[in-house]
Write a protein that binds this ligand. Sequence first.
Ligand SMILES: C[S@@+](CC[C@H](N)C(=O)[O-])C[C@H]1O[C@@H](n2cnc3c(N)ncnc32)[C@H](O)[C@@H]1O
Length: 291
Amino acid sequence: MIALAPSLPHGPHPETGHCQEALSCQESPSTDWQRRVAHAFSRAAPRYRELARAQAIMADMLLPHLPSSAQQVLDVGCGPGDLTRVLSHRYPQASLTGLDLSAAMLVEARRYTPAPFSERIQWLCGDAQQLPLEAGSQDLVVSNLAIQWCPDLKQTLQEIRRVTKAGGKAVINTLAPGTLQEIQQAWSPSAADGSTGDTGVLAFHLRQTHIEAAYAAGWAQVTVNQQRQRFFYPDLKDVMDSIKGVGAQVPRQGAHLTRRDIATARARYERLRQPEGLPVSYELLTLVLHA
Ligand SMILES: C[S@@+](CC[C@H](N)C(=O)[O-])C[C@H]1O[C@@H](n2cnc3c(N)ncnc32)[C@H](O)[C@@H]1O
């Protein structure tokens, strides 16, 4: 999804009192980027389900692409596990793994998974680019809005391919350029008002780049659909909550937002207002990959 430049934590989390170490996977040889991403999502974890309306709607769009049966199912970047639980209903005989970089997301996932489903789902802290799973161990891999956070697209698709059995399938939602264009417009620096810095929106890859990366990663058959999804919010605070509350950070790393910055952004965003509210656009890519 969105915003870049998650700021590195110092000391205990202000709300949970946990230190960074408790919020990300200790086993993974994390890069600075991964630690920042894990920390940003861990801070967001307690309120994620409440604020992730757009993410939940986009997750549902994966369902028509699922195969009729599966025994070993992996959800990459599972967050608090809503999609993993849907999959456990869909495949009542399957063993499932929900994997995420953020330990706090997995705490939420466990909290919301009652028995008997909890007996069939293992929650694993790990990195999508270095999956802690055996080659050929999964017959279905699913992922909703997580792989855009991985710096190396080809390596991520290669890892997912590695753990997928021959004849297996991956169904993945990710994002393309044009996503959050309104945020970029509202927060972009302008010579007119003298503000500086970037908007903090992730650099998304084109549909064609995903197709090429998937074939280069060893997938036998690749389909990538692109569609624009727009969501509407009553005001700028709700727009920003919908983004920050699901793990993104404030735009412009290290910059302190002044009242003037916020007033400028609000005025720019108001120009985009539709009868339904303030729009937030996502260019959704759905990858259907056959091993
Ligand atoms: C926008 S949330 C989506 C969560 C969930 N799939 C959903 O549909 O609500 C993105 C998730 O990807 C996880 N994530 C980001 N980078 C990751 C990586 N390299 N490996 C595993 N998980 C990652 C984040 O911690 C976060 O929980």
